[in-house]
Design a binder for this molecule. Structure first.
Ligand SMILES: [Zn+2]
Length: 421
């Protein structure tokens, strides 16, 4: 064996192994497969071997120039995967937040020119370069906190030209940052003001014009819909998701966040890869997701920022539904930290630190249809690894305010290190 990079003497490696075929569920979520004093051999951007340091060293042909990094006392995990973000948008919303703190209601903020309409205006007015600069800063922040794969959605353009501009922004980010981006078209994120009271006509536009244009561009792998009372109904969401599927896109659904509309059932019915939010999902809806193999992606920072109840993660895990966690980074919940998300999942949703780790690695990989190639430290997988300056998974949640990232490796390259590579 001749690696081109060796990580050795790592205090603990949480490999999250043996779930490349299917996500972790039930008691499996609490198993993270620890190797003590471990080593990881990397070649051409892929992991070629992982195991105890002495075993790996004995398999390597002696090579005096083999670059080796040592991390005694630290924890290696798969690179974090943030499977739900809206990180491309124009402007920022700190002014809204000030109004919110001063006691203004959502509608008052909207009337004062704030809220999603503010972001819609700023996004439409921004050039691609401006959107790239904005999103680059957020994505870089995410990278510094251990994320090596980030999903990003359109959905603040809400017409063909501006939705394509948002997706183009993600294409440019892919070239500028050494991490993997997964693109999602979300033209059905809101009804733009020019279609107020004419939601069905807007749905027609999404289906007849936007989806074919997005397909032609090749920019989006997934399609997502905000299925919610007052936004897109079950029937409208079904029409859009069915059209997207017919155009070769994989599906996600913003489901049952505020009202129990039946989004979880719809996600199962259309074969969505994940249904996200699920705060109000019915037991029947969750059962249907279980049967359909749809992953439950929970976004606790959104509940935190809205000061609402949290999704019932314990019920989902106990019924055997695979759970993933993501930041939901967006202008109304500007949290790019999966550390904060993990902390909320444990403190507010009673997930264990090991369940949370499964939820931001291998299960998040499956939520992006990348379970076969990402999300665990196993031979043959992408060498996406984060080294945390902490001794074990429990410490990660105990010290919940800190960024514990020491080193980030993406596709076999050191892309961030506290001490420099
Ligand atoms: Zn979202």
């Amino acid at each position: 064996m001749k690696p081109d990079l060796l990580l050795a003497n790592i205090g603990q490696i949480a490999t999250l192994a043996d779930h490349s075929e299917a996500p972790k569920k039930g008691a499996q979520m609490n198993e993270v497969s620890i190797i003590e004093d471990g080593a990881i051999a990397i070649k051409d951007g892929k992991i070629i071997a992982v195991g105890p340091t002495n075993e790996i060293l004995s398999e390597i042909s002696s090579d005096p120039v083999l670059p080796t990094l040592e991390f005694p006392g630290m924890l290696a995990t798969p690179g974090f995967i943030d499977s739900h973000t809206h990180l491309v948008f124009g402007g920022s919303r700190e002014r809204d937040f000030a109004m919110k703190l001063a006691g203004k209601t959502y509608l008052e903020i909207l009337e004062a020119g704030g809220g999603i309409l503010n972001t819609l205006r700023s996004t439409r007015a921004a050039s691609v370069n401006e959107l790239v600069a904005n999103a680059f800063s957020y994505a870089e922040g995410t990278l510094n906190m251990g994320s090596t794969t980030i999903e990003a959605k359109s959905g603040y353009g809400l017409n063909t030209e501006n939705e394509l501009k948002m997706l183009k922004t993600i294409e440019i980010l892919r070239e500028k940052l050494p991490i993997d981006f997964v693109s999602t078209f979300m033209g059905a994120h809101a009804v733009p003001p020019e279609f107020e009271g004419k939601t069905d006509s807007y749905v027609d536009l999404v289906i007849d014009e936007m989806i074919p244009a997005v397909k032609k561009s090749g920019y989006a792998e997934f399609c997502d819909v905000f299925c919610e009372q007052g936004v897109f109904s079950i029937e409208q969401s079904r029409r859009i998701l069915t059209a997207a599927k017919q155009n070769g896109m994989k599906l996600k659904v913003h489901a049952d966040e505020i009202v129990q509309l039946g989004g979880a059932s719809l996600a199962a019915e259309v074969g969505a890869v994940s249904a996200d939010h699920l705060l109000m999902a019915s037991d029947d809806g969750l059962e249907e997701m279980l049967k359909a193999g749809t992953i439950a992606t929970l976004l606790p920072a959104t509940a935190f920022s809205l000061n609402t109840e949290y999704a019932n993660a314990r019920k989902m895990i106990e019924m055997g539904l695979p759970v993933a966690l993501a930041t939901d980074f967006n202008p109304n919940c500007a949290n790019e930290s999966l550390f904060f998300t993990i902390a909320l999942s444990c403190y507010k949703m009673r997930m264990t630190p090991r369940e949370a780790l499964s939820a931001v690695t291998i299960n998040a990989a499956h939520a992006l249809d990348r379970g076969a190639t990402h999300g665990s430290i196993e031979a043959g997988k992408a060498a996406d690894i984060v080294i945390l300056d902490c001794p074990n998974p429990e410490y990660l949640t105990w010290r919940f305010g800190a960024n514990l990232v020491h080193t980030v490796i993406s596709n076999g390259q050191v892309i961030h290190s506290r001490l420099g590579p």
